[in-house]
Design a protein around this ligand. Structure first.
Ligand code: GRF
Length: 201
C-alpha cells in the first residue's frame, strides 16, 4: 500500500523539494497533495511543476476545510514543512499520530509560538549554545510540543551568523525529514528513528 502524503507549506518549500526528490517513484509513499495558507508561497511551484495538486486554504483556521481536503485525497500522513500556523485542533484530533513537523532546533529548546526561520538561529547564537540541530516531531495542539521522532545535531561555529547557521541546519533538515517519512512509509505510521536511521538519513 502506498502511503498517501499531504505536505503543508507557508513559504519557500525547500523541505518539500527535498521530500519530492527523496521519494522515488517506487517508494512506498507518494506526495499527492500540497496545501498552503498563502497563495504567495513560492513552494507551491514545486508541486505544480510536477502536476501535484496544490491548494491554498481559503481559511487555514477552519477545520472543515482541512478535513474535507484530507478526506477527499485519502491522506494517510500530513507533513508540516515550513508551515507556520497551528493546525486546527479538530484536525489534530482526527489525524492524531499521523501529523509530523520539522523544526530547526533541538526541541524543546528554541521552539514555540513565533519561533521560526532566522529568529530561531538568532536566539541560538544569542544564547551562546555550542550546538543546535533539527527536530522532527509528532504534531499536537501546541506549537512544537509533540513527541520527538528524530533529532540531528549541528555544531555552532565561532564565526557563525544567523544566515550561515540557518543554511547548515537546513541541509540537515533536507536529510532528516525524508528519513522520518521513509520510516513512516515502511512502518505504516510515523515512528521514532533509531540512531542508525538518523545517521543514514
Ligand atoms: C524550515 O527550517 C522549517 O524547519 C521551518 O521553516 C523553514 C522552512 O523552510 N519551520 P522551507 O520553506 O522548507 O524552505
Amino acid at each position: 500500500m502506498t502511503m498517501r502524503i499531504a505536505v503543508a507549506i507557508s513559504g519557500r518549500g525547500s523541505n518539500l523539494e527535498a521530500l519530492l526528490r527523496a521519494l522515488r517513484p517506487d517508494a512506498p509513499a507518494a506526495i499527492v497533495l500540497v496545501v498552503s495558507d498563502r497563495a504567495s508561497a513560492a513552494g507551491l511551484e514545486h508541486a505544480r511543476s510536477r502536476k501535484i495538486p496544490a491548494t491554498v486554504l481559503p481559511d487555514p483556521d477552519d477545520p472543515t476545510g482541512w478535513l474535507d481536503l484530507l478526506r477527499d485525497y485519502r491522506i494517510d500522513l500530513l507533513v508540516l514543512a515550513g508551515y507556520l500556523r497551528l493546525v486546527p485542533a479538530p484536525v489534530v484530533a482526527a489525524y492524531r499520530g499521523r501529523i509530523i513537523n520539522t523544526h530547526p532546533s533541538l526541541l524543546p529548546a528554541f521552539g514555540g509560538k513565533g519561533m521560526y526561520g532566522e529568529r530561531v538561529h538568532r536566539a541560538v547564537l544569542a544564547s551562546g549554545a555550542r550546538e543546535t540541530g533539527v527536530t522532527v516531531h509528532l504534531v499536537d495542539e501546541v506549537y512544537d510540543r509533540g513527541a520527538v521522532l528524530a533529532q540531528s545535531r549541528v555544531p555552532v561555529l565561532p564565526d557563525d551568523t544567523a544566515e550561515r547557521l540557518a543554511a547548515r541546519v537546513l541541509e540537515v533538515e533536507h536529510r532528516l525529514l525524508p528519513a522520518v517519512v521513509r520510516a513512516a512509509a515502511a512502518a505504516g505510521r510515523p515512528v521514532p528513528l533509531t540512531e542508525a536511521g538518523v545517521n543514514q538519513g
